[in-house]
Design a protein around this ligand. Structure first.
Ligand SMILES: *[C@@H]1O[C@H](CO)[C@@H](O)[C@H](O)[C@H]1NC(C)=O
Ligand SMILES: *[C@@H]1O[C@H](CO)[C@@H](O)[C@H](O)[C@H]1NC(C)=O
Length: 597
């Protein structure tokens, strides 16, 4: 061996060995303590996948697709992309709602005692099942809502696994008792805030993301130790049954009661029974303004707190100095046409500065013209934009476009409902580009929830912010550009609950608190705030040295009070001792206290 005699004599073998061993030790400790791998392994379980997901399945095409059938109380479920019948669902009655809540209440008693590890195991089990069954989940969501599989992957699956992952990694920290400061007079106290389960909470969610909107609230509720009743929309009743059995099976496979999750499908008349039920401790409502008024009024009967998440008229402000207009246009396209525009944080208004206005029109015009609508399950390679949930709002959308054009806007692409030659019973609206829209137009103020791209010119950053702030809504917003101080101005001054910079809706993809202000609702779900908002925030103040130093009432203040004047002087002494601005006042307060106490 030529180089064996070149081997240095003083190789620190012992140190290297100790180094390797300590790395091994650190990894082992990390594995057991931080990852909790020993007892949080996810469980594998099976849920039958609906036969409608099979490639050979062809349901009857309904002549007049509608969730209501005359002469029946059942909910008729069909695919909005092609009008095919999926099945019927029996709606719940007030009695059924009572029974569901009673079951949840019973199961929650035990669940509330489960450790974070046990709750996390359910989350990991759910996460694994979703990751292993993305195809089936997306297909079911597409069948029931008419969206494309790409829309389902981004809007149903990605956001749900993010929420699970966040809850697994950060949920315990958000709910761990937190120490709070004390004050001079109470320096012998130890102050703490705890977040305790509320009991049975409820969520009334919208149809636009049937999987994610069902799973989101239940992930949070279960993790806080509560049970949940989720009232899904009657428009997506069919898929809710499958999604509910996933959640319930995840619980059961980890040894917990599936009754902790109660799916509820009913007609609006029966929903009031849930939203005013005395055994419900909190309601998360995701939906429209008119319905929110009913829910809030109903909840007021039992004084149930409500978190209200309504739609928005989200602005995207495009500054003059964007670096790559094509890249920005791609993000704007996704933000506008994701889920055929049926997205509460979808981009509803693009507010553009003058230098790039016409350039953006030509890029968007060309790309929107090329968008193909259709049923993504029947024809995966040829569909960009899916169907809408129903045709009920088509007239209203067309009227808004006509009204805007009458006032000077230009409709460059689309603008009308669309009878698809292959899917004549599907609910389609043409991907639309409307430019030169100004703030007074109705279309600049009403939420569209449709595949309509609205472009508004602004003369300056100030003007753009004014336009952004000019609607009733204030949910999300975004700003694109490079000038850091202009971006800072927009994020400061735009009235919104959430802002993303050079991106679309990214605050949701990183589990920040979600919600709006003004006409977009109140309260937050998601993130630390979301978890804490569905808990009982319990404030606990105790003695730091129990048995050694505690509160004792000075004799002058002890009931029955003998000398009112003396008692007043003692109180004044306490106030001045504790809160005097100058040292002199504090010393004076102490003297006043001692002299009279
Ligand atoms: C936008 O609205 C916010 C909040 O009402 C306000 O502080 C800000 O000055 C407004 N900005 C403009 C330019 O209108
Ligand atoms: C950046 O924006 C600020 C605030 O709007 C503006 O005053 C400034 O002139 C801009 N800078 C450049 C280089 O455009």
């Amino acid at each position: 061996m030529a180089n064996s005699n070149q081997l240095p004599e003083n190789v620190p073998w012992l140190e290297i060995l100790i180094f390797i061993l300590s790395i091994g030790l650190v990894l082992t400790v990390f594995n057991y303590i931080v990852l909790n791998d020993s007892n949080e392994q996810p469980v594998t379980f099976d849920v039958p996948i609906p036969e409608q997901c099979g490639p050979q399945w062809k349901g009857e095409v309904l002549d007049r697709p509608s969730i209501k059938v005359s002469g029946s109380s059942a909910i008729q479920c069909y695919c909005p992309a092609n009008g095919r019948l999926l099945g019927f669902v029996n709606p719940s009655t007030p009695d059924g709602i009572d029974r569901a809540i009673a079951k949840a209440k019973k199961a929650q008693k035990k669940w509330s005692k489960m450790t974070f590890k046990q709750r996390r195991r359910v989350m990991k089990t759910l996460l694994k099942h979703i990751l292993d069954h993305q195809e089936a989940i997306a297909t079911v969501a597409c069948l029931d809502s008419g969206k494309t599989k790409i829309d389902a992957s981004l809007g149903e699956i990605l956001v749900t696994v993010e929420k699970l992952k966040w809850t697994i990694q950060h949920g315990e920290k958000a709910l761990k008792p937190e120490r709070r400061p004390t004050n001079f007079l109470m320096m012998y106290k130890y102050n703490e805030v705890r977040w305790e389960p509320l009991g049975v909470v409820a969520a009334c969610v919208s149809w636009n993301y049937p999987f994610h909107n069902f799973m989101g609230p239940l992930i949070s509720a279960l993790f806080t130790g509560s049970a949940i009743v989720v009232k899904a929309s009657e428009s997506t009743a069919w898929s809710t049954q499958y999604f509910a059995s996933i959640a319930r099976s995840a619980l059961a496979s980890c040894g917990h009661s599936p009754n902790l999750v109660q799916p509820l499908l009913c007609w609006p008349q029966a929903a009031g029974h849930l939203t005013s039920h005395p055994d419900i401790s909190h309601i998360t409502f995701i939906g429209s303004r008119p319905v929110a008024h009913h829910v809030a009024a109903s909840a007021a009967k039992s004084l149930i707190p409500v978190c209200i998440e309504l739609g928005g008229k989200d602005p995207a402000i495009i500054l003059d100095d964007v670096k790559n207009l094509h890249q920005v246009a791609s993000i704007l396209m996704r933000g506008t046409f994701q889920s055929a525009g049926q997205n509460c944080i979808g981009i509803e208004r693009i507010i553009c500065l003058p230098k790039i206005y016409s350039g953006l029109i030509s890029i968007l015009g060309k790309r929107i013209k090329e968008l193909r609508t259709g049923s993504s399950l029947d024809n995966p390679d040829n569909v960009d934009v899916g169907a809408m949930i129903s045709d009920a709002r088509f007239q209203q959308l067309e009227d808004l476009i006509t009204d805007a054009v009458g006032q000077g806007a230009r409709c460059l692409v689309g603008g009308k409902r669309y009878t698809h030659p292959k899917y004549p019973k599907g609910h389609y609206f043409q991907p639309t580009l409307l430019v030169d829209v100004t703030p007074p137009m109705r279309i600049a103020n009403e939420e569209l929830f449709a595949p309509i791209c609205v472009l508004m010119p602004a003369t300056s950053v100030t003007h753009a912010i004014e336009i952004a702030n000019s609607t009733l809504y204030a949910l999300g917003a975004s700003v694109f550009g490079t000038n850091a101080s202009a971006i800072q101005r927009v994020t400061n001054e735009v009235k919104a609950g959430m802002v993303s910079v050079n991106d679309f809706a990214v605050y949701y993809a990183v589990s920040l608190p979600f919600g709006g202000v003004k006409g977009s609702g109140y309260g937050r779900f998601g993130g630390e705030e979301g978890l804490r908002n569905i808990c009982n925030t319990k404030a606990v103040c105790r003695d730091r040295l129990p048995g050694w130093i505690g509160t004792s009432i000075p004799p002058a203040l002890d009931y029955p009070i003998t000398g009112a004047r003396r008692a007043w002087e003692v109180c004044r002494g306490v106030v001045e001792l504790g809160y005097g601005i100058r040292l002199r006042m504090r010393v004076g307060g102490l003297w006043r206290f001692i002299r009279n106490g």
